[in-house]
Structure formats: C-alpha cells, structure tokens
Design a protein around this ligand. Structure first.
Ligand SMILES: *[C@@H]1O[C@H](CO)[C@@H](O)[C@H](O)[C@H]1NC(C)=O
Ligand SMILES: *[C@@H]1O[C@H](CO)[C@@H](O)[C@H](O)[C@H]1NC(C)=O
Ligand SMILES: *[C@@H]1O[C@H](CO)[C@@H](O)[C@H](O)[C@H]1NC(C)=O
Length: 430
C-alpha cells in the first residue's frame, strides 16, 4: 500500500543503477584453516575442511556478524526490507526479506514459471544442496503435520509442502538444505523451502525469498543457535533509502551495551512472535485513554503487542487506534481537516506538519519516542502527510498490535531471546 506513496520513476532508474553495484560487491573470505597436506585426496581435504568448519564458525562468531540491509522499495518494488545472503556452494546472491515474524526460510527455485522473479536459486549449481526426505525431522515442522505414507521404492519420498503467504498467495515448496552465507559466516545444512510454484497473487510475495528470524524452531536463531546464542539486532534504514546501509547483527558480540530494554514475553501458541509488554501510548504529553485491559497480553487469544520487521504499518486494535487517532487529530488541529488515503485515515496538509506531536509507546521499563519521520508518511502525489499507523484489520488477527517496520526506521532493535528482552536505541543507518 505504501508503495504508491513512495515509488517514483526517479527511484526506478536508480534501481537499475544500484542493482549492478550490488552484484559487484562480493565479500571474499580467506580461510584461516591450514592447507591440507599435498598428498591428501580431494575426499580427505573435504573431510579435513568439514572437520575445521565448527572451529571456523567459532572463530567467526568472535567477531560481530553484520549483514547489510536495504529497503526493498527501490530494489524490488517491495515494501519489505531485504538483506544480502548467499545460498549454496558457490554462493548464489539472493536478497531475502528480513522477517522477524516468521520462522521458515524459503527461496524461489529454478524452474518456477509462476514465481514473481526471474532471479531463482539454481539448486543443480550447488555442490552442497540436497532435498530432504519425509523422514527428516524438519519435515513435520515445515509441513505442519506428519509426513504422509511414503510410497515404496528405492528413493525416499521428498518432503513437499504448501504454505500461504500474505493472505492472497500460496506456494508449493520442497524442503531442502544447503549452506547459507550471511556476511562471512557459513551456516551449513540450513533447512529451507525451495519454492517450485505459486498460486494466487504473486505480487505480495517476497521476490527472491524470505529469511525467518522469529522465535520458533525453524528460524535462523534456532538453526544457528550454537553460533548466535539467540541474540540479534537490526537497524532498518529509511524506506526511501536505496543503499545497503542498514545492518543485521547476529550473535552476542558487538551488540549495544547501554541499550534500554523491556521484557520479551513468550506465547507458546505463537512461538515465532516477539511479544513485548506495552502499557500505553502518549501523544505529545497526553497519555491516551483506552479501555482498561486494552494492551493486555493473553497467550490464549494471541492478544498483546508484537515487534515485527515483516509488517509495514504499525497497527493497533480498534479501541486503541481510535483513541490514538482522535488525540493526534485534536493536537494537530489541522485547519483543512483530515482526509483518508489508502490505509490511512488521518491525512492533512503538509503545511501543518510542524504541529505533529511526538508519539510515544510505553513499555514495561522503557518509553519509545517515534521521531516525526517514523510517525508520518508523505504522499508523493499530493501535498498531504498521513499518520502512518492504522487500525488492525477486522479479522481473526485483530487482537494483536504490531510495531511495524515503518516505525522502526533508523533505530536499533535488539532481540535477546537468551536473556528474555527486547531493546531499542536511536541509530541513524540511512
Ligand atoms: C550455474 O552455473 C553455470 C555454469 O557454471 C553458470 O554459467 C550460471 O551462471 C550459474 N547460475 C547460477 C544461478 O548460479
Ligand atoms: C484549532 O484551530 C482553530 C482554527 O482553525 C482555532 O480557533 C483553535 O483555537 C485551535 N485549537 C487549538 C486547541 O489550538
Ligand atoms: C506488564 O507490565 C506491567 C507494569 O510493569 C506489569 O504490571 C504486568 O504484570 C506486565 N505484564 C506481563 C504479562 O508481564
């Protein structure tokens, strides 16, 4: 939805220029492992290399792992943020959507005529690729159910599954594993879905795939738990930025020390989601009055507030949003009144932007003040600015409040599952 506000032909041109620059920027890793003796066979040398892999991973994890992040707006005409990853051996570059609200990774694999991009992962080019059989312990997790009876025969039946995405598309995937490279780290045998077909609207689907950073067992944090110890942080650059200036920092090394934190709440029914204990919202100096219990965390219903990088616009359940919007409108006091534009219902003349009050989210133990750029979105077509938040859609998911990516620009968000906390710090990463 926000795409219509931000995309312009000017940025599309930059997209062409910037994508060539990205492809040329390939990090090179010099292995610290001693060369194998000259007499050893290829088999032995591969064996020796595999033996030193854990040590190399341990060595690498002593340093901060920073994976570049960019807005997908100009690169892929997508509202999501993408990070640079390489899959397979040799590594194939993919711009994967960074999604802290889901666990399973997936990439479009060749051949796939219905996939939304021609940049497909070519499994046959990778010497480390394998598909996983039904009997794999990953299969029931990705399938969401036990694998059906396998037909008799010499080859084990592959683990295939269907998954919905974004409400209007479904894809069919083969469970696979291969080496995943993030910055200089190599995560061997990473389990992911190789997408072979898409049905429904493919436009909302991440074009080159998705990396799930949620809290569940299929996510990067779980699959690389021994290396990253359940800690990561990210800084999302401005939506309009077309540089890879943001970063995903993986592991405990290099995380901000003096970051303010709030407890991470665990919902066993939704293990992927990072719930936080939100206690209120202020507009300017006014604490917005909401019905008692509006922010309550309830694992049974899923109610509460989550921090998510895969949702674009922050949404609040109806009574909270209505109260926030009314107070915001009262304080802006726009002389021309308010109009609706797409998902936004509080748009006003850009002449009155200077009257925008700060919006502060209150969490147990910390207050998060949004800068104006994270509060408003500007229309590219008309001199209008809109409150860049909305009411939760009126469906089964309408119980959860989501702190989304538009509100997280130029901020370091730290998810520390190991210590049960979520941190926020101002950081400009444009
Ligand atoms: C696959 O390998 C061929 C031959 O080495 C190469 O020309 C091609 O670019 C590779 N394709 C991908 C997607 O890596
Ligand atoms: C709102 O604006 C009107 C004029 O458009 C003005 O009369 C009124 O005093 C303003 N209210 C506040 C609270 O500033
Ligand atoms: C959320 O924080 C409030 C205030 O600190 C506290 O009373 C409440 O028990 C917390 N809720 C949860 C679910 O931790």
């Amino acid at each position: 939805m926000a795409m219509a506000f931000l995309l312009s032909p000017f940025f599309c041109l930059l997209l062409l220029l910037s994508s060539t620059a990205i492809a040329a920027d390939i990090p090179i890793f010099h292995s610290k492992a001693p060369p194998p003796p000259a007499s050893s066979s290829l088999f032995d040398s591969v064996l020796a290399a595999a033996h030193t892999d854990p040590a190399r991973l341990a060595f690498l994890s002593q340093k901060a792992t920073a994976v570049p992040i960019a807005s997908g707006q100009q690169l892929l005409q997508s509202n999501s943020y993408v990070l640079r990853a390489r899959l397979g051996s040799p590594g194939q570059l993919l711009l994967l959507v960074l999604d802290t609200g889901s666990d399973a990774a997936w990439v479009p694999c060749s051949p796939c005529s219905s996939c939304p991009s021609s940049n497909l992962f070519l499994a046959s080019n990778s010497t480390t690729y394998s598909s996983l059989p039904c009997s794999s312990s990953w299969c029931p997790m990705f399938q969401g159910q036990p694998c059906g009876a396998s037909p008799t025969g010499p080859t084990p039946s592959p683990c295939t599954y269907n998954s919905g995405y974004g409400g209007d598309s479904t894809f069919a995937a083969t469970l696979s594993q291969d080496s995943l490279r993030l910055a200089l780290d190599v995560i061997p045998n990473y389990a992911f879905g190789c997408v072979n077909a898409v049905t429904g609207s493919a436009t909302s689907l991440p074009k080159q795939g998705l990396l799930g950073l949620g809290g569940g067992p299929m996510s990067l944090l779980s699959q690389a738990a021994s290396v990253y110890k359940g800690v990561f942080s990210y800084c999302l650059p401005s939506f309009r930025s077309y540089y890879f200036s943001g970063s995903l920092r993986l592991g405990p090394v290099g995380q901000p020390r003096s970051i303010r934190t709030t407890p991470l709440l665990h919902n066993p029914h939704r293990p992927s989601l990072y719930y936080v204990n939100q206690t209120g919202i202020s507009v300017g100096r006014v604490l917005v009055a909401v019905p008692p219990g509006s922010f309550g965390f309830d694992p049974a219903t899923g109610a509460g507030t989550v921090v998510d990088s895969g949702t674009v616009i922050t949404r609040f359940v109806s009574p909270i949003y209505a109260a926030l919007r009314d107070e915001f409108r009262r304080q802006v006091n726009a002389s021309g009144g308010y109009s609706a534009l797409g998902a936004f219902d509080t748009c006003f003349s850009t002449d009155e932007v200077s009257r925008t009050p700060p919006v502060t989210l209150h969490f147990a133990g910390l207050d998060l003040v949004f800068p104006v750029e994270n509060t408003l979105i500007h229309s590219s077509a008309r001199p209008l600015a809109c409150l860049a938040m909305a009411e939760a859609p009126g469906n089964v998911n309408s119980v959860v409040n989501v702190i989304a990516s538009l509100q997280q620009q130029n901020m370091r968000v730290m998810i520390d599952v190991a210590n049960g906390r979520v941190g926020f710090a101002r950081e400009v990463c444009n």
